[in-house]
Design a protein around this ligand. Structure first.
Ligand code: FNR
Length: 384
């Protein structure tokens, strides 16, 4: 099969990955209601088809965080991506560069920043959480800046990790022999993955945290350190502190409320990402695409509003832009394509989406990204 849709990439990833890793990526918090809403709310949106407009020159180019992009999309930060394919972040960053879109490196990625920069000759966007150890935060910011990063994606919706039942079932959070045995069973069922990642993809540690966890030998040591570093005491005052520490662009990721969006702008953020962390945090939070319009109306003229959660096609990118986003981030789609076919998979996915966005613009009668607006949407009153 030649994979075409995200569902195809997901199915291939499921055949390739050990079950606990597939579930870690695919799953969400609680009953996965928000995860499902992210998709369902996109699917419910209808667009106007327009005809006999001159669409001989359609241009998907755009700018995100001051950076020219071939289409208004960036790869979202995904922890442990390097467990899904050998040196996964480096492979995905190469695909993103070739496609002309930004790649975001997670704090808890496997490849260190220097490896991603060496693989692409280009600094990615860097994602960070607030850590209890502010010295570590400073050191990570300095390392990101020294590595050439100029856009910081600061994630604010994770004072604590969400309740992800799939991970509990798979013993992800548990230590001890029983959990290890369960995971070993999942691993032994996927020899192709073992060869690619476990044998060919070493070292499997959190590459950006080596300085912070000097004794860290394996993923468990890092995990223990990170678990102790979640800081539920973080407030907007810390964002003001952060603003003073980072001279580059600052995007706050994980905003779902208009009031928070306004405060983000007042705190000096250059942009926000309307996000519910892919339905992995507060189950029962609204779909990002549903939260987006009010936020875009409130702050869209003052700051750059991006969104993520449930974007699964070029049509969805168009819908997000029509509802007020400047651009989108994608998480699971690129990770599934990476798990299935490495860099080539991510390249194929992005090529399909660019083509699909261009076609959507063509059929909606729009030739420039900046011209996509709410007039392209059919309202629920017209189309109940
Ligand atoms: C994430 N996400 C995430 N976000 C972040 O800021 N730092 C991180 O390390 C991670 N890690 C992570 C791991 C996995 C497996 C997933 C699926 C997601 C959230 C991510 O950046 C993004 O917000 C969502 O994935 C967007 O939703 P979709 O595109 O997956 O529906």
């Amino acid at each position: 099969m030649y994979p075409a849709t995200v569902a195809d990439w997901r199915a291939l990833a499921q055949r390739r990955l050990p079950r606990f890793l597939f579930d870690y990526v695919a799953g969400g918090a609680g009953d996965e209601a928000t995860l499902a809403a992210n998709l369902a709310d996109f699917a419910a949106i209808r667009l106007r088809q327009r005809v006999l407009v001159d669409v001989s020159q359609v241009d998907t180019r755009s700018q995100l965080a001051g950076q020219a992009c071939a289409l208004p999309l960036a790869l979202a930060p995904v922890g442990l991506a390097g467990m899904m394919a050998r040196r996964g972040e480096a492979q995905a960053a190469r695909a993103a560069l070739a496609a002309g879109v930004p790649f975001t490196l997670s704090t808890v990625g496997i490849c260190p920043l220097a490896e991603v920069v060496a693989a692409t000759g280009h600094a990615p966007w860097f994602q960070l959480y607030m850590l209890r150890d502010r010295g570590a935060v400073r050191a990570l910011l300095d390392a990101a800046w020294a590595g050439g990063c100029r856009t910081l994606v600061f994630t604010v919706d994770l004072p604590l990790p969400g309740m992800r039942w799939r991970d509990v079932r798979n013993g992800m959070a548990a230590s001890g022999a029983r959990a290890a045995l369960l995971r070993a069973r999942h691993v032994l069922a996927r020899p192709g993955w073992v060869g690619d990642v476990v044998i060919g993809g070493r070292p499997l540690s959190f590459g950006n945290l080596h300085q912070q966890v000097p004794g860290g030998r394996d993923l468990n040591a890092f995990k223990t350190w990170i678990d102790a570093q979640f800081d539920p005491g973080v407030t907007w005052r810390d964002i003001e502190w952060l603003r003073g520490q980072w001279q580059g662009r600052l995007l706050l990721k994980g905003i779902l409320e208009v009031d928070d969006a306004r405060t983000a702008v007042a705190s000096g953020a250059d942009g926000i990402v309307v996000s519910n962390h892919g339905g992995r945090q507060l189950d029962a939070a609204p779909a990002s695409i549903t939260a987006l319009p009010a936020i875009a109306r409130a702050v869209g003229s003052q700051t750059e509003v991006l969104m993520d959660g449930g974007v699964r096609s070029g049509v969805d990118i168009f819908k997000a832009l029509a509802l007020g986003a400047r651009g989108v981030l994608i998480g699971r789609p690129w990770v599934w394509a990476l798990a299935a076919q490495g860099q080539a998979g991510v390249t194929q996915l992005l090529a399909h989406w660019q083509r699909e966005l261009l076609l959507t613009m063509t059929l909606a009668g729009v030739t420039r990204i900046a011209d996509i607006n709410p007039s392209h949407l059919i309202t629920p009153q017209e189309h109940p």
